[in-house]
Design a protein around this ligand. Structure first.
Ligand SMILES: Cc1cc2nc3c(=O)[nH]c(=O)nc-3n(C[C@H](O)[C@H](O)[C@H](O)COP(=O)(O)OP(=O)(O)OC[C@H]3O[C@@H](n4cnc5c(N)ncnc54)[C@H](O)[C@@H]3O)c2cc1C
Ligand code: FES
Ligand code: FES
Length: 502
């Protein structure tokens, strides 16, 4: 059992123990390493100024670019697979056995790397505060494609905001840097992978901190006792730790957890990562179902659905940003239990189920039974979500998904909806409807579903169904929309569905 995490930064190994290991990566880079190219602005994953690349040893042989599909990697060799993430909501203890590349690590011997050079030539920066984040997001994009389209660039830069330059010159710079080397060419994998291989099978245990020994940690963590961290290397140890620490947070991508810590001063009683457990990171297509491991990232989930559930692609395109999807997980989206989580309406209408593993074994729960109330789950203190089982819509079913948010991209939804319908001879044979943002949990709409079953596919029918749907929901007003707005959406979206399929 180790009492430190091993993190390579720009090729240099660091053994980091508690309390340092409880810091965010961005603060460690700036205040410990003096690598001040990484900027901290929003500290909640929204602006991208803190973007760095994180390389993990992965078995995967390919990575996804929206326009090109997959670009094969060399088979057989374990390589580091680099992805951009937001370092402000990523803690050092999450980064065991990784290689972090910052903006300082791209230029070699004083020569700018092509993405940096292109930003200079294309006048891509004014105040420059956002620039390192853009550079790192571009370098991340070139890990997956050598000839990006404008669409690839826009998608890759969704998570980066600039308030003074405007995006045209930045996009131009991103398109011009086609000679950008892969990180593998700057930092050959072999020595880093060899160093990681010596440690990656170890479990890691970091002692927590007492209130009487406050470190200078962000978000007011000094206000209380910060629990310890455990990275087990097998599922049995993970379940044991969870049963002994029922309030333990499973820190996966930390895209929710990091925001609670930085913005709400949340102090965890115990923390655990599932990264060391083999088999939980898989996404598999088997017997008409998608099986998603309990620590599979949203990015891997998105890659998997691209070919098989095209209706989900626009929703995943608008889910957070590449940085958020590279870190965040599907299990985290489910367990965080937000009524406006973007994946949930889809999971409800496909009748997805969750495999929950605890001390007494494994049980399966339908996703519609998992939510007992606002943020209340049918999850025992010793249980973890180990797999998500998603029956895929068949060819004779029509699936439609809707996300309404104030801003098109990188915004949390005000309202979400999913419909999965089977029809024949101009009639509805069966339909499942789920709405998010209209109650404390995502809802199925049984009365509306019953009304539509057997009815003719006609505009008037769906208009009437909209009125029934309006009566089945009880939204509240909040920053993302008023009650009336959401009631109107609950009614109108069924007519929208009719127009989309008619
Ligand atoms: C800038 C930004 C944009 C975002 N955009 C969107 C968006 O567009 N749509 C959307 O729906 N969400 C969005 N989110 C929210 C967040 O990214 C998702 O909810 C994400 O899926 C959380 O996954 P995670 O792995 O990061 O969870 P974490 O933060 O690591 O954990 C969240 C919770 O899940 C629990 N948990 C995690 N895994 C398990 C498991 N296997 N078993 C039991 N419990 C578990 C943890 O204990 C914790 O309570 C956004 C967040 C940010 C910061
Ligand atoms: S500082 Fe804004 S995303 Fe990290
Ligand atoms: S150059 Fe000033 S914020 Fe982008």
């Amino acid at each position: 059992m180790r009492d430190f995490v091993l993190v390579h930064i720009n090729g240099v190994p660091h053994r980091i123990a508690a309390p340092r290991a409880f810091e965010t990566l961005s603060r460690f880079l700036r205040y410990d390493q003096r690598a001040t190219g990484t900027k901290i602005v929003c500290e909640e994953g929204d602006c991208g100024a803190c973007t760095v690349l994180v390389g993990r040893v992965e078995d995967r042989q390919s990575c996804l670019s929206a326009s090109e599909g997959t670009e094969p990697r060399q088979a057989g060799l374990p390589v580091l697979h680099y992805r951009p993430i937001n370092s402000c909501i990523q803690f050092l203890f999450q980064l065991d056995c990784t290689h972090v590349v910052t903006v300082e690590g791209l230029a070699r011997g004083g020569t700018l790397t092509p993405v940096q050079d292109a930003m200079v030539r294309c006048h891509g920066a004014q105040c420059g505060y956002c620039t390192p984040g853009f550079i790192m997001a571009m370098a991340g994009m070139y890990e997956c494609t050598s000839h990006p389209t404008v669409g690839d660039v826009r998608a890759a830069l969704t998570g980066n905001l600039c308030r003074c330059t405007g995006y045209d010159s930045i996009i131009k710079a991103a398109l011009e840097a086609t000679d950008q080397p892969k990180i593998e060419e700057i930092y050959p994998s072999a020595p880093i992978v060899n160093a990681i291989k010596q440690y990656e099978c170890d479990a890691v245990r970091l002692q927590g901190l007492q209130a009487s020994e406050p470190p200078s940690l962000p978000g007011g963590q000094e206000a209380g006792r910060l629990g310890g961290f455990f990275k087990p290397n097998d599922l049995a140890s993970a379940i044991r730790f969870k049963s002994e620490n029922p309030k333990c947070v499973i820190v996966q991508g930390a895209t929710d957890f990091g925001v609670w810590c930085n913005k709400r001063g949340f102090v965890a009683e115990a923390m655990m990562s599932l990264d060391g457990i083999e088999g939980l990171g898989d996404v598999r297509h088997e017997d008409g179902a998608l099986l998603v491991g309990g620590r599979a990232s949203l990015a891997d989930f998105e890659s998997a659905v691209r070919g098989i559930v095209p209706e989900l692609v626009p929703i995943m395109d608008r889910f957070g940003s590449p940085q958020i999807k590279n870190a965040g997980t599907l299990a985290g989206n489910i367990a965080n239990a937000s009524p406006i989580a973007d994946t949930l309406p889809f999971l409800f209408v496909t009748n997805a189920s969750l495999e929950l593993t605890g001390l007494s074994g494994t049980r399966t729960v339908a996703i519609s039974d998992f939510y007992l109330g606002y943020k209340k789950l049918d999850l025992q203190p010793d249980e973890l979500i180990t797999r998500i089982i998603i029956p895929l819509p068949s060819k004779d079913e029509t699936l439609r998904l809707y996300k309404i948010s104030k801003r098109s991209h990188l915004d949390i939804s005000s309202f979400t909806a999913a419909m999965l319908m089977r029809r024949s001879d101009g009639h509805v044979d069966s339909i499942r409807i789920a709405y998010g943002g209209v109650a404390p949990v995502v809802l199925r709409l049984p009365k509306t579903e019953q009304f539509l079953t057997g009815k003719a596919l006609a505009r008037e029918t769906f208009a009437e169904a909209g009125e029934i749907a309006r009566g089945e929901v009880a939204p509240i007003s909040d920053v993302r929309g008023t009650r009336d707005f959401r009631l109107q959406l609950a009614q109108n979206v069924l007519q929208r569905f009719y127009f989309d399929i008619a």
